[in-house]
Design a binder for this molecule. Structure first.
Ligand code: HEC
Length: 247
């Protein structure tokens, strides 16, 4: 999405965005597709490279991911499995809990079910809503999770942006600072479009982790419909056979 579109979205959504801390404000759409296996493979790679350092996914086993996403054992060991020794282990976090509590004041939440609790659109919006804020603990803030203690870990890819703040007056005459858009400060290694795809793939993988059966359910659904179709044709032929002498 280009900068102008971003600006317009936040300009239109502005009154709701800050007033409600983002909840209920306008959300961007993730447009992810859990049936897209190559997107899930890229998402898995993005997750282990950029998130697993702090966030576990302790209900998810490496070998299940490999099986579901068609990743070979050697690819798994080489590219994904760096917090485990054996493929049947779960996705544990690299950082000891004591360290993360010291650094961030809390243990970063487990990501296994995050797509179910937050929803994919929230996650997509969240990952695209970090902005520079000198007063914040790690120098950045987020529109949908204001005052957060997660650093902006994707800044090298996306580049940095600052919030455009305007003073608005509500119905009761109270003044508020409202974020109405973003302004790019430094460029990242990715173009905006590439970064959008990166985030979509990542959210897609989070979505899959929240309910791995989704993949099976879709292919099962197609098989069930195919079966019903064949059965319908058989029943039709049978009906014709039964009735042909009656007419
Ligand atoms: C350097 C450590 C670190 C890394 C790396 C990291 N996070 Fe976080 N994350 C945190 C911390 C700490 C919090 C808690 C923030 C808070 O509640 O103030 C958090 C919070 C979150 C939340 C909000 C959870 C909720 O429901 O409140 C999401 C979603 C999230 N992280 C996703 C990600 C994703 C996706 C990545 C990879 C791109 C990632 N994080 C990388 C430290 C990290």
């Amino acid at each position: 999405m280009n900068r102008l579109a971003w600006f317009l979205i936040f300009a239109l959504a502005a009154p709701g965005v800050l007033a409600s801390g983002g909840e209920g404000g306008l959300m961007l759409s993730a447009h992810n597709d859990v049936g897209n296996i190559s997107s899930l493979q890229r998402g898995a790679r993005n997750f282990v490279n950029y998130c697993l350092g702090c966030h576990s996914a302790k209900f998810v086993r490496y070998n299940r991911v490999a099986r579901d996403l068609g990743i070979t054992e050697s690819d798994l060991a080489e590219n994904l499995m760096w917090t485990a020794e054996k493929p049947h282990e779960t996705m544990q976090v690299a950082m000891p809990a004591a360290d993360s509590t010291r650094w961030f004041g809390r243990v970063p939440p487990d990501m296994s079910l995050i797509a179910r609790s937050r929803g994919v659109d929230w996650l997509y919006t969240y990952l695209k809503s970090f902005y520079v804020d000198e007063g914040a603990t790690f120098g950045s803030n987020n529109i949908v999770l204001p005052g957060l203690t997660m650093p902006n870990v994707l800044w090298q890819l996306e580049g940095t942006k600052e919030a455009i703040v305007e003073e608005t007056v509500d119905h009761d005459g109270n003044k508020h600072d409202t974020i109405v858009g973003f302004r790019a400060l430094t460029a990242g290694t990715m173009s905006e479009e590439e970064f959008d795809h990166f985030v979509t793939d990542l959210v897609n993988f989070l979505d899959y982790m929240g309910e791995p059966m989704q993949l099976k359910r879709q292919s099962l659904g197609i098989r069930v419909i195919a079966y019903l179709l064949v059965f319908f044709l058989l029943a039709l032929a049978l009906k014709k056979e039964f009735w042909k002498d009656v007419h």
